[in-house]
Design a protein around this ligand. Structure first.
Ligand code: IFM
Length: 452
């Protein structure tokens, strides 16, 4: 089974970037050579992680990075998106862990030597535990600590980085981590979610000028995750519930970045749930972005709920779903991109994550993940449809390169296009990786001919 890019597709443009993505805590391991993060602590809470696992070893990427980077090079991708572990860089006493810096510089130099662009995310959820001990994202000071960490990283990496993302999916950090407590640090207070996101967005805004100053040739932006909402029925109550879900979970994150304002919903929030907005914060938060990273996996159907105003429903029983139970709904990606384009003046959009968890099995060194290939094909087509409708989309990253630690679900879900045998730490290209490799090889020939 192949991945096919039709003639005229945005994926055929030589300016369009195709890559694979990972994140530090999910693959690195070697927890002993860095400070503890909130995820190390969370993993120790009984019942927090489905298989009681943790990130101590993960994919042992710290020791196998050369092999992993060679795999990436073999895929013919234009770019690799990965994150830097904050607790691997900044020690609790404020000093810098040079070993940590050197680890990432090795990766960046490898990428440069192989003509692969580096897309570096500065924060993919692994907050140093010593900062959580001082209040974490509920403490405004954490945003300033993030700017200091950004300064250290951007100075050290110099011009090796093509593109920086300040934060990955701040929704997950704030809502899952502080409001409903299913992610680290496991705090569950309705009053916390919007306070935490304000400090996360402030951290983004404070880091942007630092990146501009110390990495002037790098692109700078942020990565948000989106779940487009659809009403469960034609009832007015469900339509209103859908609009409310959209305001809480979509606009709340993108609107302040692009318009320096939270949604009007702010005025309806009880005092206790309101973020602590100081004069000047919204200007800082709305610093211009070179791009917006969009992560998309699925849609959600929403109905009215008396307690919360809205409630997400399970995927319809007749719809295809991933191993996460998430509905496979590629049209949602097209709809989402068009809606964002209609509602906002967007910077160029990058699809920074898209992919599928499957019940993969390794048989004679092979993984026949045809469902994943079909998913990727349908979503690449969905991206192209949005581009045809006028959305400026400049790239697409598959999540993920490797099977890895899927947060509260531990190692029970496999998102990789490369299979990881966690006992031996051997890697095996799944059929999806082979299909991507072939598609990108063909694309290289095509773009070379175009450029002649
Ligand atoms: O594995 C995660 C990733 O860390 C962030 N985006 C969603 C992925 C799948 O759940």
């Amino acid at each position: 089974m192949k991945l096919v890019v039709p003639e005229g597709s945005v994926f055929k443009s030589p300016d369009f970037t195709v890559g694979v993505a990972t994140s530090s805590f999910q693959i690195e391991g070697a927890a002993e050579s860095r400070e503890a993060s909130i995820w190390d602590t969370f993993c120790q809470q009984p019942g927090a992680i489905a298989d009681n696992s943790d990130g101590t070893v993960a994919c042992d990427h710290i020791n196998r990075w050369h092999e992993d980077l060679s795999l990436i090079a073999s895929l013919n991708v234009d770019a690799y998106r990965f994150s830097v572990s904050w607790p691997r860089i900044m020690r609790a006493d404020g000093s810098v862990n040079q070993q940590g810096i050197d680890f990432y510089i090795g990766i960046l130099d490898f990428l440069h030597a192989h003509n692969i662009r580096a897309y570096v995310t500065l924060y993919h959820w692994d907050l140093p535990q010593y900062l959580e001990d001082r209040g974490g994202w509920l403490n405004r000071e954490t945003a300033y600590e993030f700017a200091r960490y950004t300064e250290v990283v951007t100075k050290a990496f110099g011009d090796r980085v093509y593109s920086y993302a300040t934060l990955n999916e701040p929704f997950c950090s704030a809502y899952l981590g502080y409001e409903i407590g299913v992610h680290a640090p496991g705090k569950a207070e309705r009053a916390y979610g919007k306070k935490a996101i304000h400090h996360l967005l402030l951290a983004h805004g404070l880091a942007m000028p630092v990146i501009r100053r110390l990495a002037p040739s790098a692109q700078a932006g942020i990565v948000l995750n989106f779940t487009p909402y659809y009403p469960a029925s034609a009832a007015d109550a469900d339509a209103a519930a859908t609009a409310l879900a959209h305001a809480h979970h979509t606009d709340w994150y993108i609107q302040p970045l692009l318009t320096a304002q939270y949604p009007a919903l702010l005025d309806d929030l009880p005092e206790i749930e309101r973020p602590d907005i100081l004069p000047g914060d919204m200007q800082i938060i709305s610093a211009a972005n070179d791009y917006l990273g969009v992560n998309y996996y699925t849609r959600a159907r929403v109905c009215y709920d008396q307690t919360h105003g809205f409630r997400r429903l399970e995927a319809p029983s007749n719809s295809p779903t991933s191993a996460m139970g998430w509905e496979v709904f590629p049209q949602g990606l097209t709809d989402l991109l068009i809606r964002l384009h209609e509602d906002y003046v967007l910077p160029p959009v990058l699809i920074t994550e898209n992919g599928m968890a499957c019940d993969d099995t390794l048989i004679d060194g092979k993984v026949a993940d045809y469902q994943r290939i079909a998913y990727l094909q349908a979503h690449m087509d969905a991206v192209n449809n949005a581009a045809v409708a006028g959305v400026n989309i400049t790239g697409y990253f598959v999540w993920s390169l490797l099977d890895n630690f899927e947060w509260a679900l531990g190692y029970t879900k496999r998102f990789g296009i490369v299979y990881v045998d966690y006992d031996s730490q051997q890697r095996f290209l799944k059929q999806s990786a082979i299909a991507l490799q072939a598609m990108l090889a063909e694309r290289c020939i095509y773009t070379a001919v175009q450029e002649e």
